[in-house]
Design a protein around this ligand. Structure first.
Ligand code: ZN
Ligand code: ZN
Length: 236
């Protein structure tokens, strides 16, 4: 077996584990870029909807929310493409855990309008993926936030800079409540290299916002003045 055949093997095997029918409507998708979804269901995944432009929290209008007016966050903008439920949850699950890598570019495409809507100082800012746990990369050569940032960078013509590293291990955030997440995440990121004046943090899912807040705070301390964060989905 030659090297390229060997590289193709895991994808081929994973392909057999993926659903053959669209997970949302059950129809067999014809040739679509967003397999296993049909393009209709993929285009119709629930958007996050109207939200505070500073913290991304859902509110009826698009005004700055009360808490952000009282205590402005470090970032100039935070935006989420999808609500992490239903079809979007299924899409992310297939992409992150079941090897539906063909979804990378279509999912990054969901972030493109958010990126293009960011205010002026961030128009050309590089993308900074939230870094993986060091142990997560062990034996696994991909990481969702990095993949997403690269695909988005390619689509938007933006540089991708891995300016954040994780310097200590902490307990998995998913096992903790909000207060415990904030304590757990504090001090885990460090900035490396020359941090430019404007940066955009990219992550796949925002749950409580604790991880993004920490990443943005570290980048601001390292010299970034104009900050934003975009994520593919947020937990309602
Ligand atoms: Zn469908
Ligand atoms: Zn807000």
């Amino acid at each position: 077996m030659n090297l390229s055949a060997l590289r193709a093997l895991p994808d081929a095997l994973l392909g057999h584990l993926l659903p053959t029918a669209c997970p949302s409507c059950g129809r067999e998708p014809d040739v679509t870029a967003c397999r296993p979804f049909c393009s209709e269901c993929f285009d119709g995944l629930d958007p996050w909807g109207p939200a505070c432009p500073l913290c991304g929290r859902r509110i009826p209008g698009d005004e700055v929310c009360g808490p952000c007016r009282l205590d402005p966050p470090p970032q100039a903008a935070m935006a989420h493409a999808l609500a992490y439920e239903g079809g979007a949850r299924e899409a992310l699950h297939l992409w992150k855990f079941r090897g539906a890598y063909t979804l990378t570019a279509p999912l990054a495409g969901k972030l493109l309008p958010l990126l293009n809507a960011l205010p002026e100082p961030l128009r050309k800012a590089p993308l900074v993926p939230v870094p993986p746990h060091p142990w997560r990369l062990f034996g696994k050569d991909y990481h969702p936030a990095t993949l997403l940032a690269r695909a988005l960078g390619e689509a938007a013509g933006r540089a991708v800079h891995p300016l954040l590293t994780k310097r200590t291990l902490h307990r998995p955030q998913s096992a903790l409540d909000r207060a415990a997440r904030l304590r757990n995440i504090r001090g885990t990121f460090a900035a490396r290299g020359a941090v430019p004046g404007a940066v955009i943090v990219v992550d796949d899912v925002c749950t409580t916002g604790a991880t993004l807040r920490e990443a943005l705070t570290v980048l601001r301390r390292a010299g970034a003045r104009d900050l934003a964060a975009v994520t593919l989905a947020r937990t309602p």
